[in-house]
Write a protein that binds this ligand. Sequence first.
Ligand SMILES: CC(C)(COP(=O)(O)OP(=O)(O)OC[C@H]1O[C@@H](n2cnc3c(N)ncnc32)[C@H](O)[C@@H]1OP(=O)(O)O)[C@@H](O)C(=O)NCCC(=O)NCCS
Length: 179
Amino acid sequence: MNESTTKDNRKFIIREPLVENAEEIIDYSKILFASTDQVLTTLEEYTITVESEKQWIEKINGDPNSLILIAEINKNIVGLLFFISNSKKKISHTGEFGVNVHPKYQGIGIGYALIENLLKWARQNEQIEKLFLQVFASNERAIRLYKKFGFIEEGRFVKAAKQLDGQYIDIIQMYIETK
Ligand SMILES: CC(C)(COP(=O)(O)OP(=O)(O)OC[C@H]1O[C@@H](n2cnc3c(N)ncnc32)[C@H](O)[C@@H]1OP(=O)(O)O)[C@@H](O)C(=O)NCCC(=O)NCCS
């Protein structure tokens, strides 16, 4: 568990979730998906059950090369990060992550702190050498944040996403080496 302070002076903690947090993570994720069109999943598509969320948390917590982190203010989830390593041997030194912050708590350093904790963990992990992520080319705030940590664009999937209004979006893949 790691305690930090937001830019507006509120205490938050970053920790791995327990299976008991499954329902709260689902509620948090619904708020997130309803708040942005800069992620792949739409609210309507997000139909995960508490049972399968519990299984997911249990699986990741039991995998020494994958990680879920939640950020909490006053015991409420305000941010989530997950890193999933690849299980196939030849790509097992790599993995993909995703990060998001509650719409009411964005811009106060929580996303930054979640990524900082992931990088610290990855640098201590014996197997993980490369982290990557995919981000909508239109998501300027997220891209700026990733670049601050040294993430580099390694590829662009042209018109890979289409917003509900018909607008095409390129998806950019970015990576960082941790060894
Ligand atoms: C993108 C997202 C994860 C960023 O998280 P956030 O908590 O809002 O971002 P932060 O407050 O940590 O960072 C914002 C800024 O402060 C900077 N910052 C924060 N803490 C810092 C620190 N300790 N040291 C240096 N810089 C810091 C960040 O680099 C960034 O810089 P900017 O002002 O130039 O944008 C969040 O806005 C979000 O969830 N958006 C919707 C979902 C989404 O787009 N997810 C990403 C999909 S790929």
